[in-house]
Write a protein that binds this ligand. Structure first.
Ligand SMILES: C[S@@+](CC[C@H](N)C(=O)[O-])C[C@H]1O[C@@H](n2cnc3c(N)ncnc32)[C@H](O)[C@@H]1O
Length: 343
């Protein structure tokens, strides 16, 4: 995208603030935590640290600032009018679908209007998602690493990507498994229109469909691989349980579930920072989904071999162990939820 000098300056400013928050303020807070006496109450200990107020304030304020800048960039350009392209992708919207209050009642990620409200929502989300990763997911490398390293090799006939957004999690599946029918489902019509355009431009035959991941409309036992990226933590626990039950229903015997999301690491400081990131970043269900025993929820849904496996988004992808790479700066505890439908 061509940016004016003013737009570039505003974005550079907020991205620099975010980088310093991640690579300077977070380690400073960590050093203060490690040096302070422990009362046994991690939250109280962290909240009492001298750097905490700045850390929490800058985390939320810089996110708000970023969206404001991105919305100005998108708003200064002609409306994109997505969903009109032709090509191998297809798009099916459901005008009768009612979005639940838990989905519409929050500006997810602090993005004003969320990802669903109007056509510009998807453009704002696409640009914001790129910038928010601070260059760490350029060319969507970690989406590809997930597909390439966390998904067993097999002759999948039908793959369903739940909560596909504007499609960046679905593209690598079609690329790696070109003979499979790949379906991307999402609540947000603006994102699906953009997804269809991006897939058409890339020559990818993906069927994008508006649906609730708790009630996909897929036939019983018709899917070989059900996947999602960054969906689990966006669901209330009841919706997560229903999504796992729906996944179990649509999977064929021996079918595979692979969800990329976040898990607790066992490092009390880091885990608290992550749960509170959910609160400060308007991800209201993240603290509960992090605390939940999601593998047990998979088992309750009739899936087997359920577990979280650590994931290194910057290199190796899926790791064998529940051990994450050690890094000073703030980074997400990426993890793959693995499960299978009994054969
Ligand atoms: C953080 S985004 C991730 C998008 C995409 N998977 C990616 O990796 O870029 C989560 C997506 O899940 C969608 N979503 C949340 N709850 C949903 C539900 N119950 N049914 C369908 N989509 C849902 C949201 O609209 C959003 O597009």
């Amino acid at each position: 995208m061509n940016l004016s000098l003013d737009e570039r300056a505003r974005l550079d400013f907020v991205l620099t603030v975010r980088r310093r928050w991640a690579d300077t303020l977070y380690p400073a807070l960590r050093a203060q935590y490690d040096a302070a006496p422990s009362t046994g109450d991690v939250a109280a200990d962290v909240h009492a640290l001298p750097a905490f107020a700045w850390f929490a304030f800058i985390e939320r304020a810089s996110q708000k600032m970023l969206w404001r800048d991105v919305m100005d960039v998108v708003g200064a350009r002609p409306p994109s009018g997505h969903g009109q392209s032709s090509g191998p992708a297809s798009l099916t919207l459901d005008p009768d679908l009612v979005l639940p209050d838990w989905y519409t009642g929050w500006d997810i990620h602090v993005q004003p209007g969320g990802v669903w409200r109007n056509d510009a929502s998807a453009d704002v989300y696409e640009l914001g998602a790129k910038l928010v990763m601070l260059g760490g997911n350029d060319d969507y490398t970690f989406h590809r690493a997930f597909t390439d390293t966390a998904v067993p090799d097999a002759a999948y006939r039908r793959i369903v990507d739940l909560g596909c957004g504007f499609g960046k999690s679905s593209w690598p599946f079609k690329r790696r498994f070109p003979n499979a029918e790949v379906v991307g489902l999402d609540f947000a019509a603006p994102c699906l229109r953009l997804a269809a355009d991006r897939a058409n431009a890339a020559g990818l035959a993906i069927a994008f469909r508006q649906a609730d991941c708790q009630a996909t409309g897929e036939a019983d036992g018709s899917v070989d691989l059900v996947t999602s990226t960054m969906l689990v933590h966006e669901l209330p626990l009841e919706a997560l349980a229903a999504t796992l039950a729906e996944s179990a229903r649509i999977l064929a015997p021996g079918g595979v579930l692979r969800f990329l999301d976040f898990a607790l690491t066992g490092d009390a400081f880091r885990d608290l920072s992550m749960a509170e990131h959910g609160e400060r970043n308007n991800e209201p269900f993240m603290p509960a989904t992090l605390a939940a025993d999601v593998p047990a929820m998979c088992a309750a849904a009739g899936l087997v071999n359920a577990r979280w496996v650590a994931f290194d988004e910057r290199g190796a992808g899926r790791l064998e162990a529940q051990i994450w790479p050690v890094r000073r700066e703030w980074h997400f505890p990426w993890a793959v939820l693995e499960a299978e439908k009994p054969a």
